[in-house]
Ligand binder design. Structure first.
Ligand code: PHE
Ligand code: FE
Length: 275
């Protein structure tokens, strides 16, 4: 079953997942018996560290849903999460060997299936890992799939991705994913909070994104998001802040076809917002 591994961004290493395990849609079964006691311990320690940081930094809807991930002291079985997730929002998580190409990725999302990498980082990568692993994918992404509005946004994103692919606009759309699903902030009555998975699963960036005076925090502006490049190997210099998931859903509902054409005529902005 010859599916090719994928690398996004500038990486010298090939991705480490074993893609020979993947079916044609890039999904595989969670290799549960392949986890060592050390793997389960890594998950337990990552969960414990991050759970101690989320209060006052993660948005309320994330905090409400976090217990739905279930066990904290070892890597959960994906089926057990699905037993709670599917009844909540008709989403399911599916195992993948690592990053997957755009079209299979968008197709899964459009079918309300979220791909979760099944392997976990090594202890050396405890503080920082470039590729998504099972901790990033579960802790960062899955709790908000329990929220009906965010869950619908993710499906719309998948459908929009298939359309963007046909329009040669995947790079512009990927910036929307980056600045919302991965690094989004949301305004609450008690202050700005994180909802993006890249922030929520990172101890350093969770504190930085909420507390540091350094980055700029701009109100969500879809056109500006699409013009703004991003860095995959440092904390963000720009965050975009939404007022609610409903606002995010509505701001991204219009047909992007004319927007892509307009943005392609405009100069790009650097990750720090400069021209
Ligand atoms: N409205 C977008 C389009 O027409 C689809 C989309 C929705 C993309 C939500 C991202 C997020 O392409
Ligand atoms: Fe992610």
């Amino acid at each position: 079953m010859a599916v090719e591994p994928v690398v996004y961004g500038a990486s010298e290493r090939p991705p480490r997942g074993d893609y020979s395990r993947a079916a044609a849609d890039y999904t595989c079964s969670q290799d549960y018996l392949g986890y060592t006691p050390a793997d389960h311990d890594t998950y337990r320690r990552l969960y414990e560290r991050q759970a101690a940081l989320v209060h006052g930094r993660a948005c309320d809807k994330f905090l409400q849903a976090l217990p739905s991930l279930g066990v904290k002291d070892h890597i959960p079985r994906f089926e057990e999460i699905n037993d709670r997730l599917y009844p909540a929002t008709h989403w399911q998580i599916v195992a993948v060997p690592g990053l997957i190409p755009e079209v299979p990725f968008f197709t899964l999302l459009a079918n309300r299936k979220f791909p979760v990498t099944d392997w976990i980082r090594t202890p050396k990568e405890f503080d920082y890992i470039v590729e998504p692993d099972v901790f990033h994918d579960l802790f960062g992404h899955v709790p908000l799939l329990f929220n009906p509005v965010f869950a619908d946004y993710m499906q719309q994103y998948g459908q929009g991705g298939l359309k963007a692919h046909g329009l040669g606009s995947c790079e512009l759309l990927s910036r929307l994913y980056w600045y919302t699903v991965e690094f989004g902030l949301i305004r609450q009555d008690d202050g700005q909070r994180a909802y993006g998975a890249g922030i929520l699963s990172s101890p350093g960036e969770l504190r930085y994104a909420i507390e540091s005076p350094q980055p700029q925090r701009l109100p969500l502006d879809v056109e500006r998001v699409m013009r703004t490049r991003y860095k995959i190997d440092s904390f963000q210099q720009t965050y975009f802040v939404i007022d609610s998931f409903q606002q995010l859903f509505e701001a991204t509902a219009p047909d992007f076809t004319p927007l892509y054409e307009r943005v392609k005529q405009l100069p790009e902005l650097a990750a720090d917002g400069s021209a």
